[in-house]
Design a binder for this molecule. Structure first.
Ligand SMILES: *Cc1c(COP(=O)(O)O)cnc(C)c1O
Length: 394
């Protein structure tokens, strides 16, 4: 058997992530590799922190990209802030809240669950009740943008409730960062982690995080060593450290991937993060108009719907996997399947970062309508693309 170079097809990525990576970001990836302690690389790292401050809307000194996917960001926040014997309120309204519970328990702590139905936001009233019933909890953890359902929760309110009860807040912003407002300082959030491959439209494998000074103090004052050597922020700070401070080797940074993230963050700053939020909202509005023109319904109520992740109910009697297969094969278009409790019930259409464009909205609607019509699905007779264009031209 001859093995040749792997040449992936050119797909349009409209699932729950990874999202389309802009050619500027891909070409940054191919620049020459230099040493991870090279002064020029270190200067780039300092710039990156400034760019992340803009993305996270924060001035937290501890704002860095971790070497690993969003799951590493999640685990890093938990293993550094939570110690054996702690109690943590974990809000679950989808898949990712369940992973938070798993993280808390693996830290030797107890998770106090606040559960909401999939498709609904976290209920702040239940969180407040849990805080009152459990004085002294260490933290409140929740997912800002639940990618499994397409729901956004009220992060400002949840962070404030945590603060009022003397608890830290741990926020999953993997899908929200760059797509909808993440206002770290305004919220008073203590630990927020994200991922490179959703609305930042970078290659997967990096996890930007930001931690408040209060969180830093908690980490420095721990009773037990962090259980993970690789994710111990006390050690990682020695490499990412304060500007100008000497850097010590911890692990070899994913140098080229960091070039790519630097480039995608420059693109976000050129556009302005507020404009990026507006663009995501506008594209989602157009997509939803198109979907409703052919009678397709959204899972999530407009008040809590994420623009970057649109969960669409699958029409009665449609072979949903066949629809996704045909979109992929005939249109090089990837949309997401339902996850967990929503498997087989919804499609998840991502409009993330560089993929949140009129071109992608119209491609997706046109392809979806054509495939569903060809499969004789019982859908409306409107024109999905035209309905979307009406919104885009408005
Ligand atoms: C994608 C995602 C993660 C996990 O990120 P990976 O990069 O896949 O590890 C965590 N939380 C949410 C809300 C996500 O959407």
């Amino acid at each position: 058997m001859t093995v040749t170079s792997f040449n992936p097809p050119l797909r349009t990525l409209m699932g729950p992530g990874p999202s389309d990576v802009h050619p500027r970001v891909l070409s940054a990836l191919a620049r020459p590799t230099i040493g991870h302690l090279d002064p020029q690389f270190v200067a780039m790292m300092d710039e990156m922190k400034g760019l992340l401050h803009h993305a996270f809307q924060t001035e937290n000194p501890l704002t860095i990209p971790l070497s690993g996917p969003g799951s590493v960001g999640m685990e890093t926040c938990f293993v550094n802030l939570i110690e054996p014997g702690d109690r943590v309120i974990v809000c679950q309204n989808g898949v990712f809240g369940g992973r938070m519970k798993e993280n808390v328990e693996r830290c030797g702590a107890t998770a106090i669950m606040v559960e909401d139905d999939w498709g609904l936001p976290v209920d702040p009233g239940k969180v407040e009740d849990a805080l009152k019933a459990n004085p002294g909890v260490k933290a409140v953890a929740f997912v800002h943008a639940e990618t499994s359902t397409g729901v956004q929760s009220d992060a400002a309110l949840l962070c404030r409730l945590a603060q009022e009860h003397g608890a830290l807040s741990i926020v999953d912003a993997v899908t929200s960062l760059g797509g909808t407002p993440v206002l770290t300082d305004e919220w008073g959030a203590d630990a927020i982690y994200s991922g490179s491959q959703k609305c930042l439209s970078c290659v997967p494998g990096l996890s930007p995080v930001t931690l408040s000074r209060r969180a830093e103090d908690v980490i420095r004052g721990r009773n037990h060593k962090v259980q993970s050597w690789f994710m111990d922020l006390n050690l990682i700070m020695g490499y990412w450290g304060d500007s100008g401070a000497s850097r010590s080797y911890h692990h070899t940074a994913p140098i080229n991937a960091l070039y790519a993230l630097h480039e995608s963050l420059i693109m976000l700053r050129e556009e302005g993060v507020e404009n990026a939020w507006k663009r995501h909202a506008r594209m989602s509005k157009a997509l939803v108009a198109g979907l409703s023109a052919i009678g397709l319904e959204m899972l999530v109520d407009e008040t809590a719907r994420l623009p970057q992740l649109n969960s669409v109910k699958i029409p009665e009697g449609v072979n949903e996997a066949e629809v996704r297969r045909r979109l992929l094969v005939d249109y090089d278009l990837e949309i997401g399947a339902g996850l967990g409790a929503l498997a087989g019930k919804v499609w998840r259409i991502g409009l993330m970062g560089a993929g949140a464009t009129p071109k992608n909205v119209t491609l997706c609607l046109g392809a979806l309508q054509a495939v569903l019509t060809d499969m004789k699905a019982d859908i409306g007779h409107g024109d999905a693309v035209q309905a979307a264009q009406k919104v885009l031209m408005a």
